[in-house]
Structure formats: structure tokens, C-alpha cells
Design a protein around this ligand. Structure first.
Ligand code: GLU
Length: 511
């Protein structure tokens, strides 16, 4: 049977021979695939050309034809977050848990920033497979400010390569606030994630071209990284920034004094270019796709288009890791352990490499200039999911969830590993599996448990350990056998004695 036909059958309700359009939509919704997903444009077109609400088998082939692979993976729960409904519920819970925090103050050093409604809070997430969830104020435009820095750095890297870019910019956290009047020992900006560094990245982008072309080039990268959604531009923010940009002018003069700009750079143009980049407007929806593009190694998940090279993204994420949250960067790396970039507008873009991008936006800032609710959300995100960079070192879930795998699959594979370790007499292996939340009582398809296997293979130490841990001493497999049956059959008398002492009976004793 063809893939299309199999998919069609999997969507059929009992007693029906056509599929409801609404039912098909609901299934995709549950996977986090949106109706306006650019990858589904052709499918949507075919779907809306079908009269009525029912899809016949031959029509279904045409509907999913252009996207058979994506839909096949989605319906088989093979996208990067297979249970997206459960994941979305968790995201909503975290949002509700963090929205109550009204601490912090809105930045007002640029008049335009001080005028926003401070209560707004939006969270959008996009996975590397383009699954999306959005909660709260996710359609309000805000200026990217410092969140333009990773994109400008990527563009500079793509144009010149690491060698040249880092002749002008360092890669150390500054330990200072974003606009501190300071340079590193060589007179260069400490890194591309603070103002001086971003002014320098801008100076390296198409520097010989007219300003309009340079800005078009930056906007084009943003548009493509957003998956086609056109980012806006706030002229008022730009003017406001320019008017109040003394510190940025001071930084630029300081860099010029140190002779670190590339040759021929026009200082005022460079600053204006930087202010323009800060004044690009997005929503959390668009910004989450940019974050997902970084999580996906530079390929936009919604269009499949490569925006940045993987090596460029690797460098950018490394610096977001160490320098992305102003002088809270070390604390963020320690507690949240993910590359991120915050800005004075209250946005935090966080990347879970190879999984997803998150964008939170809420304008009230803490003393470091980071969004209070954004930081709370980040903390709660890694408390719920094993996303911290080094969760893998600890091993096991420790009460966290791994949304990349279906819970049933995890337990199934843990049981198989446990049975293997038990049959091999590998006590350390069993203890490691316990750390990963393996259930010692778990049984495989045949009802065989670690205790059955240890008893059958004569692993005294393992049997003693399992009994000590309080496992059921007489589980029955699908042939009606208990571990004591296994021990007796293979003449492991010590084990049989252990099991009997634990009050175990064989299936025949029981009869
Ligand atoms: N536009 C801001 C400035 O240069 C960006 C600051 C920020 O978000 O950290 O002052």
C-alpha cells in the first residue's frame, strides 16, 4: 500500500471511507503544524479546492502529495517533539506560572521604550521541524534592540570569516553592562553581543555599499530567517535612538581612537546603521522562527532555506552562551545552560540546539537589563525539560521530561537495557539505569523482568540487589513462569534459596 494510502487509512474514523477536512486539520494542529505553514501552502490550496468537508482517498493523495514526507513524519509522531500536545500544555503551564511576576521596570533611557505597556507578555516556540506553540501577546510588534546582535554577527562572519571578524572583535564576556565605555586589552570590543561589538559587526557588513543596500541586505536576512514573515522597522525608535545615542557615539569614537575599525569606515554612518538594526520590529512569533533557524544550524525550519552556514551558527551560539545576557551571562549559563540573547525591549531569544527556538517578550527588566518574566520562564523551562546543556552529563531525568522522546518509548528501551544488564550481571549498569528513572519492576513484551533474567543466568548479586530494592519477587511472564522457576530449571540453587527466602513460590507451587 502506498504511503499516502496508509496515511489516509490512519486518519479514517471507524465506519467511514472519507476523511473530514476538520479532522485532518485537528491532527496537524495537535502536532504543532499550522495551517499557514509555508511548507503546506500547496496542500492548503488543493484542500480548499475540494468541495464540502470530506476528503476522498484519491483527493487525499493530491492534498498531501507535495508534503508527503513531512506529514508522514508528523502522523507517525516522528517530529523532534513527538508529543507536541503534552509539550504545549507544559509551555502554557510555565507561562501561567511566570506571568504573575510583575517585578522590574521598563527601560526608559530611550523615551520610546518607556512608553510600552509593561504588562505585556508573549511566548512563542518553534521547533526545528516547524512545530509551533504561542501563548499570550505573541502578535505585538517590538524592536529587537540587542537581539539584532547575533544576526549582525552572523552576517559579518558570512561575509568575512572568523579570522577577519575577530581581528576587530574579541570573544570574551566583558563582565560589564551592555553599553559600558570599555574595550578589551587590545582596544577591541569584548564580544559581538554588547553594543561596541555590534557596532563593529555592522561596520563589517557590506561596508562599501550604499546605506540603503546594506540595510536591505540585513532586512533580507531577517525576513528569510523569520520564514518569510516580513519584519517591520520603527522609524520613531530609530530617531529616538539616534537622538539619545551619546553613549554609542562615545563607544564608536573610543574604538576609532584605538584604531580598531576596518579601513575607510564612516563613523556616523556606522552608528546610524547600528541604530537601524536595533529598530527592526518583530513579534515573538517571528523571533521564535529566527531562534529555531539558529537551533537548526542556520536552515529556516519553515522554508528549508539555508540562511547561515552551520559553522557561522556554531560560533554565534557559543558567544550567545557566554555573553548573551549582559552581566548576567555567567549566571544564565550556569542555571539555564542555553545560548540566548536578551535586549532592553524585554525580549529573550533562547536556542535549544537541534531542538527548538524560544522567544519570550515582556518589557519589565531586572537590574541587569533582562526581562524579569523572560528569566523566570527560562528557569522554569529547564526545570521542566532536560534542556540545560549539561543535563546529559548528569544522566537520567531527575524529575525532568525529555520531550524529544515519547515516554512509552523511553520506558520500553529502559526495560530492555535493564534486562540485558541483569542477564550480564552488570550491577553498575543497573544502577545507572535507575538514575535514568528505569523501573526495576518493568517487564518486556513477554512479561520478562530483570529478576527473571538474573535468576535464569545465575546472577546472585543482581537477584539479591533487586530483592533488596523491593521488586515483586514473583512476577509471572507470559508463559506463566516466575524467577524461581527459572532458577530451578537452570539449577541455580543459591538463587532459588534467595527467592524462596523472599517468600517466592513457583508457578507450580501456586497451583
Ligand atoms: N538600542 C540599544 C542601545 O544601543 C540596544 C541596547 C540593548 O538592547 O542592549 O542602546
Amino acid at each position: 500500500m502506498s504511503r499516502e494510502r496508509l496515511l489516509f487509512e490512519s486518519l479514517l474514523q471507524p465506519g467511514e471511507d472519507t476523511v473530514a477536512k476538520s479532522g485532518f486539520r485537528r491532527v496537524l494542529d495537535a502536532m504543532g503544524i499550522r495551517a499557514d505553514d509555508p511548507r503546506l501552502a500547496e496542500s492548503q490550496r488543493v484542500l480548499s479546492a475540494i468541495d464540502g468537508d470530506r476528503i476522498a482517498p484519491d483527493e487525499f493523495v493530491d492534498v498531501i502529495g507535495p508534503n508527503a514526507l513531512l506529514l508522514d513524519r508528523a502522523l507517525k509522531k516522528q517530529l523532534v517533539i513527538p508529543d507536541f500536545e503534552e509539550f504545549s500544555r507544559d509551555v502554557r503551564r510555565i507561562f501561567e506560572a511566570t506571568r504573575g511576576n510583575a517585578a522590574g521596570v521598563v527601560a526608559d533611557y530611550i523615551p520610546q521604550l518607556g512608553r510600552v505597556d509593561p504588562d505585556q507578555f508573549g511566548v512563542s516556540i518553534c521547533t526545528i521541524d516547524g512545530q509551533r506553540v504561542a501563548v499570550g501577546d505573541t502578535d505585538r510588534p517590538f524592536c529587537v534592540h540587542s537581539a539584532c546582535k547575533p544576526v549582525s554577527y552572523c552576517l559579518a562572519l558570512e561575509e568575512h570569516g572568523e579570522e577577519v571578524v575577530h581581528r576587530h572583535i574579541g570573544c570574551e564576556p566583558s563582565g560589564q553592562s551592555f553599553n559600558e565605555l570599555t574595550l578589551n586589552r587590545e582596544g577591541r570590543p569584548h564580544n559581538p553581543m554588547i553594543n561596541a561589538g555590534a557596532i563593529m559587526s555592522g561596520a563589517l557588513i557590506r561596508s562599501r555599499k550604499p546605506m540603503a543596500d546594506r540595510f536591505d541586505h540585513v532586512m533580507d536576512a531577517w525576513r528569510r530567517a523569520c520564514g518569510g514573515e516580513r519584519p517591520g522597522f520603527s522609524n520613531t525608535m530609530y530617531l529616538s535612538e539616534r537622538q539619545t545615542g551619546d553613549r554609542n557615539f562615545a563607544l564608536a569614537y573610543y574604538m576609532r581612537e584605538n584604531g580598531v575599525f576596518p579601513e575607510g569606515v564612516d563613523l556616523v554612518e556606522t552608528l546610524e546603521f547600528y541604530f537601524q538594526c536595533c529598530s527592526i520590529e518583530v513579534t515573538t512569533e517571528a523571533m521564535a522562527v529566527v531562534a529555531a533557524t539558529l537551533a537548526n544550524g542556520g536552515v529556516c525550519p519553515l522554508t528549508g532555506e539555508r540562511i547561515f552556514g552551520a559553522g557561522t551558527v556554531q560560533k554565534c551560539l557559543s558567544l550567545m552562551d557566554s555573553c548573551g545576557l549582559y552581566d548576567f551571562s555567567g549566571e544564565w549559563a550556569f542555571r539555564i545552560g542555553l545560548p540566548a540573547k536578551s535586549s532592553v525591549s524585554g525580549v529573550i531569544m533562547t536556542v535549544v540546539p537541534n531542538v527548538l527556538g524560544v522567544c519570550t517578550w515582556s518589557p519589565r527588566l531586572d537590574e541587569h537589563g533582562n526581562s524579569v518574566r523572560g528569566i523566570d520562564f527560562g528557569r522554569e523551562l529547564v526545570r521542566t525539560f532536560n534542556f540545560h546543556n549539561y543535563d546529559s552529563i548528569v544522566g537520567g531525568l531527575h524529575g525532568k521530561k525529555d520531550p524529544r522522546v515519547l515516554r512509552e518509548d523511553v520506558q520500553r528501551s529502559l526495560v530492555v537495557d535493564l534486562c540485558w544488564a541483569a542477564s550480564e550481571g552488570d550491577l553498575a549498569g543497573i544502577q545507572r539505569l535507575v538514575l535514568q528513572d528505569a523501573q526495576l519492576d518493568g517487564a518486556d513484551y513477554d512479561g520478562r523482568t530483570a529478576l527473571h533474567l538474573a535468576a535464569a543466568e545465575g546472577r546472585d548479586e543482581i537477584v539479591a540487589y533487586l530483592l533488596e530494592q523491593g521488586v515483586d519477587p514473583a512476577p509471572v511472564d507470559r508463559w506463566g513462569g516466575t524467577p524461581l522457576d527459572d532458577a530451578r530449571r537452570r539449577q541455580h540453587t543459591r538463587i532459588a534459596a534467595l527467592l524462596q527466602a523472599a517468600g517466592t513460590r513457583t508457578a507450580s507451587d501456586a497451583a
